[in-house]
Design a protein around this ligand. Sequence first.
Ligand code: ATP
Ligand code: MG
Length: 566
Amino acid sequence: MNDANDNLADSKPGRFVDEIVLEDLARDTFGRPLLTRFPPEPNGYLHIGHAKSICLNFGVAALHPDGRCNLRFDDTNPAAEDEEFVEAIQEDVRWLGFQWNGEVKFASDYFEQLYEWAEKLIREGKAYVDSQSLEQIRENRGNFYKPGIPSPDRDRSVEENLDLFRRMRAGEFEEGQYVLRAKIDMQSKDLKLRDPVMYRIRKVPHHRTGDEWCIYPMYDWAHGQSDAIEGITHSICTLEFQNHRGLYEWFLEALGIEKPPKQIEFARLNLTYTVLSKRKLQQLVEGGHVSGWDDPRMPTLAGMRRRGVPPAAIRNFCDRIGVSRKDGVVDVGLLEHEIREELNRTAPRRMAVLRPLRVVIENFPEGEALEVEVQNNPERPEEGTRKLLFTREVFIERDDFMEVPMKKWFRLSPGAEVRLRGACIIRCNEVVKDASGEIVELRCTWDEQSKGGAPADGRKIKGTLHWVSAAHAVDAEVRLYDRLFHSENPAGEENFLEHLNPESLEVIEGAKLEPSLGELAVGEVVQFERLGYFARDRESTADGRPVFNRTITLKDSWAKIAKSGA
Ligand code: ATP
Ligand code: MG
């Protein structure tokens, strides 16, 4: 049924992981179904880098009929973790379009099993309790050129180790007084194998186990064993764990785990103009540089969702960049390109005026309204039409008028004609200014023979503007976002906070929307014609003004269209 050659056709280009998995399935290396896992630590929100890992882990599993992917919280560090993140991470994974295998898993569910395994290693002389401080241990570990110095406690008897370890668990000692270490090889070329710490005392309540434990397993001790408990076949992680692999394998072998999971490393995602480290993202939040983890400028999945980025765009982006073993930096323009592609396919078109300029149609009767039928998508007539009311006063975009037009200006100027989309042709007769010389209104006339926008005599009208009826417009706040950093590599700067783009947010208070936009649901994305894609924000008030976030402009104003990875 599950013929590896059939599956080869489905494996995604540039994903070496798929090839490894196919080979293992063909050989039945594990004697159990393909099982991957995504193992976030619940100490922050997921970002677009995590999306790469999610798409890879869930994507590999989805290529095979029996393949599954677990969601496991790596919650071994009680100090930094929080239930808020546990909830948010699940929401983000679901939003991206993935469903994990069975119940959500937690490394903390395995604390008892891990403890028993630790006792087993002690009994077999493979672990010991050390009274050195963590600094001493680090100091005595040596380095690539310097051999490690064995701890004076290294040859403690099994009985004494067991007794001390049990008393560590019972809470008899202070933090830092003892640790449990694996007894491997203080001279190993692999520094991770120089008697790594397995447990430390932490008298901190845990978000799930409360006060039950005061010793907590270290990452390396918890991770591989959690994989083994769940029957993971391929444990896919980022390259910085490559030097942990020897230890990963040592623990599994020492415990006699049969057909142990296999660790495979891939290059993490780095993006230009973006920081992707939870610690740095946390600094942005805590320093008030953004409004929160879901600020639409954040590269978090929560922020991108709020901004209006469709999950399919993120999945397509992750497919497109592929998976390799070589570190690199992806141009954020490629992500923006995928967002535009997806929204161009899916977002309905509507009209909205960001910086309104009042136009009075002098030959249009006061108090009347003309019903016009506007195509929902000029490029795709099959999307039908909607009815709008055209009235004596309309708003056009301030930028669509030039009093002294430059060359090739096809929009509005004194004496010139333009089309108001789907409505009619107007001509500008007079510019009205206030005492300070500011333009406050245009006096125009409309060509009654041009209903729908096509002049009866067939004369050529080059410019088409979007418009909103003044009598029917919905007032809105619109937030225009730009890149959060103006440095191409903010993470590489000495102080990344000094490279924030001061113009990353512009708030427009008095935008005017066509009426249907007042009823859009929070999170829905539309194209404001000629302007870009916009999502209704959750801060819209029920009775008051809607708030819209600009997801992205129509064109790449940074003029660096996706060269990389294309
Ligand atoms: P950060 O470096 O942002 O603090 P982390 O690695 O500490 O992230 P975890 O919660 O431990 O965050 O990550 C869960 C999984 O996501 C891990 O397997 C990790 O390797 C992967 N991951 C994290 N960042 C990236 C990235 N930029 N690209 C690809 N995968 C990533
Ligand atoms: Mg981590």
